[in-house]
Write a protein that binds this ligand. Sequence first.
Ligand code: DP6
Length: 397
Amino acid sequence: MAEERPVTIVTCSAPVNIAVIKYWGKRDNDLILPINSSLSVTLHQDQLKTTTTAATSRDFTEDRLWLNGEEADVGHPRLQACLREVRRLARKRRGGSSEDVAPLNLSYKIHIATENNFPTAAGLASSAAGYACLVSTLARLYGVEGELSEVARRGSGSACRSMLGGFVQWQRGQRPDGRDSLAHQVAPETHWPELRVLILVVSGEKKQVSSTAGMQTSVDTSPLLKHRAEVVVPERLELMVQHIRERNFEGFGQLTMQDSNQFHATCLDTFPPIFYLNDISRHIIALAHRFNAHHGSTKVAYSFDAGPNAVIFTLADTVAEFVEVVKRSFPPATNGDQFVRGLPISSASLPEELLTAVMTEPVPGAVCYILHTKPGPGPQLVDDPSQHLLGADGLPC
Ligand code: DP6
């Protein structure tokens, strides 16, 4: 029997993030350099996360990849770019010092397994968590520390923001080589303890036009996008940072809704136009505005990415009431007991005036479920070996 040689295994988890000032459009497609800076909230991994295990051994004969249990193409250019960059940084770090520091051989083949605990490509920023997780795991494996958002950016633009917890800004940068196009933390996840996030999943289906393809068409055809990137976003970013620093929900919420709306306006201004919102999304938008109008202030703020799911930002004291309104507006079709998931929510009785002011004809089954979460930390090392997605033989367990 051949002698078994050791397999080095590392597992990390990484979060999803939701942009409140949206990234849409690249000035360099290969390096993934954006036309504007953006700002996001990192969501808690207790509710939404990607987990990735990477294993390497002298005995592996080829690089292999498993996505949610299915073997997938390891040759994907963006994955290869991340792998190449982490290995380059590892070499640079070891430069000079010979094999005594982190002697892991960079030329050994690698096995990678990755899993999401939420539907892939449902408009829940799975590529952001996925690439942030890949880069964090590879960096641990090869002993690379320090600035890694630049590497995650090569996987997916929004992934660079998932490398940090809390409130994160991705600076567009000026340099053609992208060395200054990095993410940094504006405030940690503990900064605004009352902030809550509700994800209203309206469709689990794969999106029609990918973000990558959609934003390219927008860059090529939308004059509104150009104006947005040059004039609107720089002003809004400054304002958004200020609202976050001051924990000003009125300002934060309004700007979040306006920026989501402008992103979808640039999609409509794209030629041919792109539609990510559907009738249910628009129904939720109208409901949020009626809810806020009834209260005379911004109590809930919606944001939509490249899909119809709504992300609602609110404060802890509003969650129960708004969830009750959503339940009544979109009564669950079948999974009544699983309709509300994530952080616990107490029940609320709705005053008559509120019902009269916000309710319209209910649309049963339009919202599949509601996920209740909050801001959370950046990527984490998973210490517990029972959580590895690859066994001691380097194959999925
Ligand atoms: C609408 O990061 O998925 O979610 O860089 O081509 O991988 P690529 O695009 P991606 O785009 C995300 C767009 C967005 C807005 C945002 O997250 O800022």
